[in-house]
Design a protein around this ligand. Structure first.
Ligand SMILES: [Zn+2]
Ligand SMILES: [Zn+2]
Length: 414
């Protein structure tokens, strides 16, 4: 795989209210202006597109070449093992040997901007779709693994398109370094210029005001769900507006309780009957004797709605799914401090096959089940589960689940 570590980068922009300068991290969604205090929530229809700044001489027409940027954990279930690998790469979104194969360190030393309508230049249209990019990453990852590939999934990923600036003299010039690229004459580049597109990718800055009562919504800067401290509602951006999110919680009157958010997911799994807790015990071959009342306990997948290091994320999801929290569940926001939601349900859906892969025993049986597995989301709902805070861990005694506090803080940098 050609590509270089990008880690994370900084995006420069301006407050939509007062024009004050601001810097964002890649995972930031909620932005609060340090000048006018106005809160905005960043929305795009699909994914973020960024520009690398150029140092081209004045008057040069810039052409922007797209690179896919992917950062996340790849999982691959093959006979005998579930392999994983962290990937942090940039790769060409147009296959061309005239342009650098990856961004290298360019995006680490530069402050990026949103690629939007106001940008001038010729934007080359990507030839490689996001799905192709992921397939390519998975192919490279699985090249040395045993075959067949039973299941591939990505967890905790961010992906975006980064546009790097170039311009033409007699040769193709790198407009960041202001020097010729290793290959590429103007004539060789010309055919690519036929497929350019306008940078019609607006970033919407939604004011963070509660649609129900007008109060300022609360959330961490990477929050996907915002809460209203005034009318106790929860909101999630959808398109260019906030939609109210149904929220449940498991009450716990003990002092020192903090709540962690989970997605409780109803999904159809092709070829498997997974309607009740009893079904799960049978499918996964859990070391438990099926009790008659378990036939009536509905089965749900459970995944963290917070980011965690991917192996730990899957271990927690597998454990909570095996436990099927079934104490009383109440509607509404939890009555106490809660961790923020920064893992989307859609992405959590990717992990369901892996949860089965980790749950089902013995291995040959698991391999038969996850091969060609198809999972279709029916419904997901946000549920806050109560944990008692210890010095280093948050503990849910009912499930005997401990989540390390450092896991929660480190995961922010994923
Ligand atoms: Zn401002
Ligand atoms: Zn409100």
């Amino acid at each position: 795989m050609r590509g270089t570590i990008l880690t994370s980068f900084v995006i420069e922009h301006q407050c939509p209210r007062c024009g004050g300068p601001a810097e964002l991290e890649e995972t930031d969604r909620l932005f609060r202006c340090t000048f006018c205090r106005a809160g905005s929530y960043l929305c795009v229809p699909d994914f973020f597109r960024y520009l690398l700044p150029h140092k081209a001489p004045a008057g040069k027409e810039l052409l922007y070449f797209p690179y896919w940027r992917f950062k996340g954990m790849l999982f691959c279930c093959v006979p005998g093992q579930i392999a994983n690998k962290f990937a942090d790469v940039s790769q060409q979104a147009i296959v061309s040997h005239h342009f650098p194969f990856s961004l290298g360190f360019r995006s680490q030393t530069q402050k990026l901007h949103f690629a939007s309508g106001a940008c001038e230049g010729l934007f080359l249209e990507p030839h490689t779709a996001k799905a192709d990019m992921l397939a390519h990453l998975n192919t490279n990852f699985s090249a040395k693994l045993p075959k067949p590939i039973l299941l591939s999934a990505q967890i905790g990923e961010t992906y975006s398109l980064l546009y790097a600036p170039f311009y033409l003299e007699s040769r193709l010039m790198d407009a960041i370094l202001n020097e010729p690229t290793a290959s590429g004459t103007a004539e060789q580049i010309e055919p690519l210029l036929q497929r350019a597109q306008a940078p019609d990718w607006p970033v919407t800055f939604l004011p963070t005001l509660c649609p129900q009562c007008g109060w300022d919504l609360d959330g961490e800067k990477d929050a996907l769900a915002l809460s209203c401290p005034n009318c106790a509602t929860t909101w999630m951006a959808e398109g260019r507006q906030f939609k109210q999110l149904d929220v449940l919680h498991q009450p716990n009157p003990r002092p020192g309780v903090v709540f962690l958010p989970f997605w409780r997911i109803e999904a159809d799994v092709d070829g498997l009957i997974l309607n009740s807790y009893a079904d799960l015990v049978r499918v996964a071959n859990l070391p438990r004797v099926v009790q008659p009342e378990w036939e009536n306990l509905p089965f749900h997948f459970w995944t963290p709605a917070f980011k965690a290091q991917p192996q730990r994320f899957l271990a927690i999801a597998t454990q909570v799914t095996a436990s099927q929290p079934r104490e009383e569940i109440a509607t509404g926001q939890p009555p106490g401090p809660a961790y923020g939601v920064n893992m989307p349900a859609q992405e959590a859906l990717e992990s369901l096959g892996l949860i089965l892969a980790f749950s089902v025993k013995p291995r040959p049986r698991m391999e038969a089940i996850v091969r060609n597995l198809r999972v279709v989301l029916r419904r997901s709902i946000l549920v806050y589960l109560p944990f008692v805070e210890g010095p280093h861990e948050l503990i849910h005694s009912g499930m005997k689940l401990a989540v390390s506090k450092s896991l929660l803080s480190h995961a922010r940098n994923l």
